[in-house]
Design a protein around this ligand. Structure first.
Ligand code: SAM
Ligand code: DTB
Ligand code: SF4
Length: 327
């Protein structure tokens, strides 16, 4: 189902600029019409191959071109990945997401190992997600066959600002990968990053590009930049909480069926700001104290926050009870 609002940049700009509490109120109504507002989908991330990436994404500590303090690590063994997935399940996660610092997937033994990881995680009863860079149609087919539920590939920002952040692959390349994912019948997880020095107009442009995909993505991560020392964006000032809130609310209104994921950047958001984002339609988070290479709030903090707000993990039946996260 498409949203009721016209999908033009002008209409989205008008929505984005509404008085903040009116915008949140409307987004909350859309949220409650399409989702159980007490549930938050919980995923856990693992970096299965870390650092030494040839790409030049200005935000990324894993690019070989910058000198962020990230330990390089070759592709992990299947056993180590499955041990991490079991621990994610104990933590209350129902989806396990594996990320590789690759420009693109290459056919061969390493890809075969990733397929093995997907099969193994799926066999644990968890949903599976990977983010591996650019992907060709036959590789998407192989991932689907192995049991992949979601592929994460972000647009990151507006088409206009994109060239300021990445020069080693185009917006068009990203859309092509997303087409291959969709054509293989894998759910699309596609979002972006705020706080990279882009204008509000760029944030509106990103939301427009996300919402006009047909079909719309099933999962939309809204990341706040984690400004990592050694990357070109290390000195970016933190994103104001109300810009994050506006973007979440507009994403919820424009993409009503999707999970809107409050992704990177939660360690610098207050509990109050996160609560407002949940009210405005965010309904997915990453659990645990680490994202790929940067910190995340951790189970005790998130457990207490969800408890306070009366929220619980979605698909709690898949998770093991008795942990910090209410299920
Ligand atoms: N290499 C693959 C790719 O770029 O498609 C997969 C891994 S990459 C780390 C996945 C996503 O993480 C990026 O598209 C970006 O949106 C997000 N990301 C990376 N570094 C970030 C940071 N410092 N702050 C916020 N989001 C970040
Ligand atoms: C996404 O949009 N956010 C997640 C996931 N996709 C892979 C990752 C954010 C990474 C933040 C930087 C890091 O931890 O290295
Ligand atoms: Fe490489 Fe992905 Fe980081 Fe870009 S975002 S440098 S492609 S790991």
């Amino acid at each position: 189902m498409q949203p009721r609002i016209r999908l033009t940049r002008e209409a989205i700009a008008a929505l984005y600029g509404r008085p903040l509490l009116d915008l949140v109120f409307e987004a909350a109504a859309v949220h409650r019409a399409h989702h159980d507002p007490a549930e938050v989908q919980c995923s856990q991330l693992l970096s299965i191959k870390t650092g030494a990436c040839p790409e030049d994404c200005a935000y990324c500590p894993q690019s070989a071109r910058y000198d962020a303090a990230v330990e390089r690590e070759e592709l992990m063994s299947v056993e180590r990945v499955l041990a991490a997935a079991r621990s994610a399940r104990r933590n209350g996660a129902d989806r396990f997401c594996m990320g590789a610092a690759w420009r693109e997937v290459k056919d061969g033994p390493e890809f075969q190992r990733v397929l093995e990881m997907v099969r193994g995680v799926k066999a644990l009863g968890l949903e599976t997600c990977v983010t591996l860079g650019m992907l060709q149609p036959h590789q998407a087919g192989a991932l689907k066959e192995a049991g992949l539920d979601y592929y994460n590939h972000n647009l990151d920002t507006s088409p206009e600002f994109y060239g300021e952040i990445i020069t080693t692959r185009t917006y068009e390349d990203r859309l092509k990968t997303l087409d291959a994912v969709r054509a293989a019948g894998i759910h699309v997880c596609c979002g972006g990053i705020l706080g990279m020095g882009e204008s509000r107009e760029d944030r509106i442009g990103l939301l427009y590009e996300l919402a006009r995909q047909d079909p719309q993505p099933e999962s939309v991560p809204i990341n706040a930049l984690v400004a990592v020392k050694g990357t070109p964006l290390e000195d970016q000032p933190p994103l104001p909480w109300d810009e994050m809130l506006r973007a979440v609310a507009v994403a919820r209104i424009l993409i009503p069926q999707a999970k809107i994921r409050l992704s990177a950047g939660r360690t610098t958001m207050s509990d109050e700001a996160q609560a407002l984002c949940f009210l405005a339609g965010a309904n997915s988070i990453f659990l645990g104290d680490k994202l790929l290479t940067t910190p995340n709030p951790g189970l005790d903090h998130d457990g207490a926050l969800l408890q306070r707000l009366g929220l619980r993990a979605e698909h709690g039946e898949r998770a093991v009870r008795g942990g910090a996260i209410p299920v």
